[in-house]
Design a protein around this ligand. Structure first.
Ligand code: HEC
Length: 154
């Protein structure tokens, strides 16, 4: 009986794994990191709209979005920047090979994102001007990494 339960559990897990990996097709690590980028975009988008005046400045909402950006930046992302998942070799990836060949440079760009978003989180609730300065810093951190480590559209 015990063996049956274990076997059945293993089979169920295998099925679940296939279902997850099969999802909408594509590499799970690539999908996970792009989902992370989507959350960056969403939160930064809200802040950018306030900074530009497209939406009204709201101190509480700005603080929340900025804290979420900082929390995301502090994630350990190493598992989904899986070695070998390079653009051209894995479907859907726009990751340049330099992410892995220049690990120190890559780590520096992640660190820049961490410090820029932590600074933004500190000031986002202190008024529109403070928000604008902080948002610009984060935007630069996103852009600096994309310039160095993200390939052209597929
Ligand atoms: C440390 C490097 C790094 C930082 C910092 C970074 N990105 Fe990215 N981003 C990448 C790479 C590399 C890719 C391509 C990943 C892939 O396709 O495998 C990417 C992809 C994206 C995508 C495309 C997602 C998709 O579904 O195709 C968006 C949008 C994005 N980033 C937004 C942002 C925003 C907004 C920020 C800042 C708040 C940010 N990124 C910060 C490296 C970074």
């Amino acid at each position: 009986m015990r063996r049956f339960v274990i076997t059945a559990t293993a089979a169920a897990l295998a099925t679940a794994t296939v279902a997850i990996a099969g999802g909408h097709g594509g590499n799970p690590a690539v999908k996970a990191r792009n989902a992370h980028m989507g959350l960056y975009s969403f939160n930064l988008g809200m802040l950018g709209d306030m900074a530009k005046g497209t939406t009204e400045y709201d101190a509480a909402a700005a603080s929340t979005a900025a804290s979420q950006l900082a929390a995301l930046a502090a994630f350990d992302q190493s598992a989904y920047w899986e070695e070998g998942t390079i653009q051209g070799e894995v479907d859907g990836s726009r990751a340049k090979a330099e992410i892995w060949s220049d690990a120190a440079g890559w780590a520096a760009k992640q660190e820049l994102m961490k410090t820029a978003s932590a600074s933004l989180a500190e000031v986002a609730g202190n008024g529109l001007e403070a928000l604008q300065g902080g948002v610009a810093g984060v935007g630069e951190a996103c852009g600096a990494c994309h310039k160095a480590y993200r390939g052209p559209r597929n």
